[in-house]
Design a protein around this ligand. Structure first.
Ligand SMILES: [Zn+2]
Length: 255
């Protein structure tokens, strides 16, 4: 079997035997994958210090077929987001990004933009000066890109029932419908959440940014606390609807 090179972010590490570990990574080339790192628990191993959570690594591997674990033969640290460990907000945000990449994506379904966006988010989160609000806003931006890349782009510009564009409040987002439901169309419907006018506008801006390639902290960084929390709850519920459970670490973002 040929050796292949890849780069990715380390999402999870599990002990496999006395000396080996199973590594879950999100790679640019192959999307999410699980690989066995033989000798990965030894101090002197071909992986040096690269096998650490939320480390961006360049790897060499042998890909296996038929659902067996791939074999990791080398790993070198490309970026270590050292500042993450120094602030609680940063580490919470980083673990939420890892949870979403680990549980909301499929194996063999690469989305290079998701890796780029995750790395950019971790870089922002590891800046020691970031406030808790800015950290939550940065992760919300990642979540909106995740929705976009996975094909769950929310329709926020028109009612998904009657397609009317002239939206007047109170507006609500229907999770199963994937978009805004006007007061008439949501009669007799279940599974929706009301959004304030400000939260709707912020969500719309967030989605527009996710559609483009512009970088930045995301529009929530400039919102008042109540609006930011409403949008975070909406994102959490929508992600929860997609996967059948809410992200475990979402509570952090909704405070
Ligand atoms: Zn309608």
């Amino acid at each position: 079997m040929p050796l292949e090179s890849a780069e990715g972010l380390i999402l999870r590490l599990h002990d496999f035997s006395e000396s080996s570990r199973v590594v879950t990574l999100y790679t640019r080339e192959f999307g999410k994958m699980r690989a066995l790192a033989k000798g990965g628990k030894r101090l002197r191993s071909p992986f040096e210090s690269a096998l650490d959570l939320l480390t961006h690594a360049r790897i060499v591997l042998v890909r296996k077929t038929g659902g067996s674990l791939h074999l990791l033969t080398e790993a070198v640290q490309a970026t270590r987001f050292g500042g993450l460990r120094d602030n609680l907000e940063g580490i919470h945000g980083g673990f939420l990004v890892a949870e979403l990449l680990g549980d909301w994506t499929e194996e063999n379904d690469p989305h290079p933009r998701l890796l780029d966006e995750a790395l950019a988010t971790l870089a922002r989160l590891s800046a020691g000066t970031l406030s808790g609000e800015a950290a939550r806003a940065a992760v919300a931006r990642f979540e909106s890109v995740l929705l976009w890349e996975l094909g769950y782009r929310p329709e926020l510009e028109r009612c998904v029932g009657c397609t009317r564009k002239a939206l007047a409040g109170p507006l609500a987002f229907g999770f199963g419908h994937g978009g805004i439901l006007c007061p008439v169309c949501r009669r007799d419907q279940r599974g929706w959440r009301e959004l304030s006018d400000k939260a709707w506008k912020a969500a719309l801006e967030l989605t527009r940014q996710a559609a483009g390639e512009e970088s930045g902290d995301g529009p929530l960084a400039a919102c008042d606390g109540d609006t930011r929390r409403q949008v975070a709850r909406w994102l959490g519920e929508y992600l929860g609807w997609i996967r059948g459970r809410r992200p475990r670490l979402m509570g952090w973002q909704e405070t």
